[in-house]
Write a protein of this length. Structure first.
Length: 477
């Protein structure tokens, strides 16, 4: 799968402090409001409403000056906790539409790289984010800019009007910035003054200079200046801790009832999402599989993976377990895989050498065995203090629960209410599996009545096996 070009969305919205203040004082909506505290305090203005801004009030001004400019304004203070909670609400709402979200007091950034299953193009995706932001902040539609870099998206949002989305095509960043004034560049004012003294009056004039000349004049800041003028800045999203989601959807060729086709489509979704997890350094902490049915409501199952899934193999193991739990009552038209993402803090096994990641793979395999065969199926070794000369005494093995607790296969009795007794009459039951099915096979088993009689000696069944029927004192595995 080819990497999608990076696309940024910048949305300029009312200051979160102003929104929190208006929620606390709804009677002030539409009035001149200045956030920062009482005018007697020697503090700066944090935010101002539209009516106060029309009188010349701007963030950063002293409160006394703001009172002189707009004496009829209401001065209010806002608690830091209210702004923090409001920022969390914004991050959570946008996290349902974008895999990467960064929220600020007056600007929010989203990652629009790739595509979204619910929106056919980038414009509708950006419009949906703008509407979500408007509903979360109880205000008007924000000014939105979309571009291939953080700086260009910010400038596009400033150039955009409220209720509009300004999009800059990939590769057209330099042409978009060329006629704009130098004052928009995020550089030291002294550098801007020197550029103006040289007769450079727009960003395009600076972009035409050699980066070597800019470096000779301004050092490392000259190279950063050239990249900004070309729209090639390397800014990164400062991701929030709010949950993020990613969705992969595969539309089937007509309505399908074949389980093998569904398994293949689910495997494709897991592979594509797993590659995204690896490339972005994220892990999936919750997995949801949805089957969209023909003419009826779809079916959905959600469960957390045993360990955070950070690659395609781990994600496919969780998806295959969910696929065995779904019982579609009608032909399936599409399969959708949704995952909740977190940063892979403290876990970078996929970035190490091959041998360094074996411990985590062993832990994941052990967790799958315990889910299928019970907690007593594994034994943990401990290094002996005095092993002596015998090799077999080098380790002590933690004793599991006595095997007498598990019904013996020769007894022929199945405890009432056990999973085996409940599932023995099912027509089509799922068995948990973490490996892709071979060609012509699917992770479903037929009832015991449709199977040939077992041959050879009976074997003890796993303690936690839930989908294996019991017939005549034997368990078919």
């Amino acid at each position: 799968m080819h990497d999608a070009p990076l696309r940024w969305l910048c949305a300029r919205h009312p200051h979160l402090g102003l929104v929190a203040a208006l929620r606390r004082h709804p009677e002030l909506r539409g009035e001149a409001v200045i956030v920062g505290g009482a005018p007697e305090l020697r503090l700066p203005v944090l935010a101002a409403s539209t009516a106060a801004a029309a009188c010349g009030v701007a963030p950063g001004q002293p409160l006394r000056q703001a009172q002189q400019l707009c004496p009829q304004a209401a001065f209010v203070s806002v608690a830091a906790g209210d702004v923090e909670r409001l920022g969390g609400d914004v991050a959570g709402a946008l996290g349902g539409l974008s895999p990467g979200v960064e929220t600020g007091d007056e600007e929010s950034y989203c990652d629009l790289s790739g595509s979204h299953a619910a929106f056919p193009d980038e414009g509708r995706w950006a419009a949906a984010i703008a509407r979500t932001l408007m509903e979360t902040l109880d205000g008007e539609l924000p000014s939105v800019g979309v571009a291939g870099s953080r700086f260009v998206a910010h400038i596009a949002a400033r150039a955009s009007e409220p209720r509009h989305v300004r999009r800059v095509r990939a590769g057209a960043e330099a042409a978009f910035l060329a006629p704009l004034p130098l004052g928009l560049l995020p550089v030291d004012p002294a550098i801007g003054a020197r550029l103006a003294a040289l007769g450079l009056d727009c960003i395009g004039a600076v972009a035409n200079l050699s980066p070597v000349e800019l470096q000779r004049q301004f050092g490392a800041e000259g190279l950063a200046l050239h990249r900004h003028c070309r729209g090639e800045d390397e800014g990164a999203l400062r991701l929030d801790d709010a949950p993020r989601r990613a969705v992969e959807r595969v539309v089937l060729d007509g309505a399908v009832s074949d389980l093998e086709v569904l398994r293949f489509a689910a495997h494709r979704c897991a592979t594509d999402l797993g590659e995204q997890l690896c490339s972005r350094g994220l892990v999936a902490v919750a997995v949801a599989l949805v089957l969209e049915l023909e003419e009826v409501a779809g079916v959905r199952v959600t469960a957390p993976p045993p360990l955070p899934a950070g690659n395609a193999a781990e994600l496919w193991a969780a998806v295959l377990a969910l696929l065995g739990e779904l019982r579609p009552q009608a032909p399936v038209t599409a399969i959708r895989l949704e995952v909740e993402l977190r940063g892979a803090a403290g876990r970078q096994a996929d970035l190490w050498r091959g041998g360094d990641a074996e411990r985590e793979q062993v832990l994941a395999a052990a967790a799958r065995l315990q889910r299928r065969y019970g907690q007593t199926a594994l034994r943990r070794p401990r290094l002996a203090v005095d092993p002596g000369d015998l090799l077999e005494r080098r380790f002590h093995w933690d004793a599991p629960v006595p095997a007498a607790m598990t019904p013996h296969p020769a007894s022929g009795a199945v405890p009432a209410g056990s999973p085996a007794a409940r599932n023995s009459s099912a027509g089509l039951v799922a068995r948990s599996s973490t490996q892709p099915a071979q060609k012509g096979k699917v992770p479903w088993s037929r009832p015991a009545s449709a199977r040939p009689p077992a041959r050879g000696h009976s074997r003890p069944a796993p303690a936690a096996q839930t989908a294996l029927p019991t017939v005549a004192g034997r368990r078919h595995v």
